[in-house]
Design a protein around this ligand. Structure first.
Ligand code: HEM
Length: 181
């Protein structure tokens, strides 16, 4: 996974738990990188999963909640570093639809060694947006957090349902995004 994801994670931990907590987590996990991450470089996904595990143990909070909160924090970092070729998108739903076909495609073009999740879209009868998420990393709770972060950016109120989940054995996660007008 990209270094930018790891630097965001370390920033969040240091901001909320302090530098000593981050150092303690590194001591425990002993990541191959020594916890020194550079944007644009790739690091082993397991380092992130192990660090999340250490944070869950330290805080006593469930890992999915921590990953969701991380996704929300990460959104602003990613949004402020959007690839220049992605035009300005003003509409929230349009933005969500652009993740798979425009934004992540552009990320992949710039970083050919990156692995990006796959999203497929559908509409419910009520007009809600369905996002099917699939990735070997099963970071569906990060996806939820990223969508919440995007909603805040676009000043939209949303409710996210997650009725089918890869963590429960589903082939892909089903996220239903209810956007309140
Ligand atoms: C609501 C908006 C977004 C959602 C739901 C989303 C979803 C995700 C998820 C869940 C991941 C974790 C990797 C995985 O699941 O396999 C990811 C990775 C990533 N996303 Fe997005 N994303 C969003 C917006 C953006 C934006 C605005 C950018 C702008 C640059 C971006 C760039 C990236 C990058 C660089 C990675 C890391 C890829 C890697 O390390 O291999 N994403 N995204």
């Amino acid at each position: 996974m990209q270094g930018s994801i790891f630097t965001a994670f370390s920033e969040l931990v240091i901001e909320q738990q302090g530098m000593a907590a981050w150092d303690e987590m590194l001591d425990k996990v002993q990541p191959a990188s020594d916890g020194i991450y550079t944007r644009g470089q790739q690091y082993d996904d397991n380092e992130l999963f192990d660090l999340v595990g250490a944070l869950a143990e330290k805080t006593g909070l469930p890992a999915p909640d921590l990953v969701r909160a991380f996704g929300q924090f990460l959104f602003d970092k990613l949004y402020n570093n959007m690839p220049p070729n992605v035009g300005k998108i003003e509409d929230f739903r349009e933005f969500l639809l652009a993740i798979d076909s425009v934004i992540h495609v552009e990320v992949q073009r710039i970083h050919p060694d990156a692995y990006l999740p796959k999203f497929e879209y559908d509409d419910t009868e009520d007009g809600d947006l369905i996002m099917y998420y699939e990735s070997k990393r099963k970071l569906c709770h990060a996806a939820e957090g990223l969508i919440l972060g995007a909603a805040a950016q676009f000043k939209q109120e949303v409710n996210i349902l997650h009725p089918e989940c890869m963590h429960d054995g589903a082939k892909r996660c089903k996220l239903i995004i209810q956007i309140k007008d």
